[in-house]
Design a protein around this ligand. Sequence first.
Ligand code: SF4
Ligand code: MG
Length: 320
Amino acid sequence: MSALLELQNISVSIGSAQLLDGVSLRLERGQTLGLVGESGSGKSLTAMAAMGLLPLIGGHVSDGSVRFDGQDLASLNDTQRRALRGRRIGFVTQNPMTALDPVQRIGAQIDVVSRLHLGLTKQAARARTIDLLTQLRIPEAQAVAEAWPHQLSGGMKQRIVIAMALTGDPELIIADEPTTALDVTVQAQIIQILAGLVREKGVALLLITHDMGVVAQICDRVAVLYAGRLAEEGPVAPIFAAPQHPYTTALINCIPQEGMARGTLRGIPGAVPSARQYPSGCRFHPRCTRATADCAALTPPLITRGDGQAACLHLPEVAL
Ligand code: SF4
Ligand code: MG
């Protein structure tokens, strides 16, 4: 059976800038794939490509293909793509404020999505809204449906956005840094809600994050992007036990350890280069502790390691 979502060797360009270069990803039904990397690595762009939304930002897939349930997105027309996004793919944004209309009550905003995608009557749509809110363990669902967005906390607003993403009963949820705008205490709740949807409803989750700790907690596989290219991809357990790519190692080392003094959060020295100034050879070479002279000259190919793959000229000798 084909994967639910499959990106085959895609390159994405906006104008003359090539922002993604030969990225391949596979997400099976009911699985969770973590897509990680620092800001500017191309994570959101990958999500937009998966939803066929690149034209919105003036971008396009210049090479490769995006398939959902075996169907090439490029073969669909706008109406078909919209239907796919509303019904079979649900999207959870980074900032719940931008996803909610401030001048409409919560219930009405969710109702309208069910009416549009499922063709429900007004009453049936409201019943579904209350049911979704209840499924997301929102207390007093009736009262919340009557509330205005500004009356709700950030965490509650993000639950509403998740409810909206669920209205079409999607097979895939794409969540782009869904906890970034939230207080630390609510972040874990939102992650648990998403993990619960995978467990209880069998949806697949593409979770975009820069937090390797979250990936370790809830993902089956992880894909690491750096400067528009795939650095490493594979099942979570072996990658955390023995990361093959130096960038993966660096990201794992950024996870705050218990007992670490506050404020000693480790970062990776240097920054992700901009698409206009990608370094030659391996794009990670200016920041890499393992780099040698050939790293600036040669582009590392993806090499299979165990059930995963990594793109580095100097992979550890021992395979997984
Ligand atoms: Fe580092 Fe070289 Fe491997 Fe790139 S190819 S990750 S610079 S060792
Ligand atoms: Mg982003």
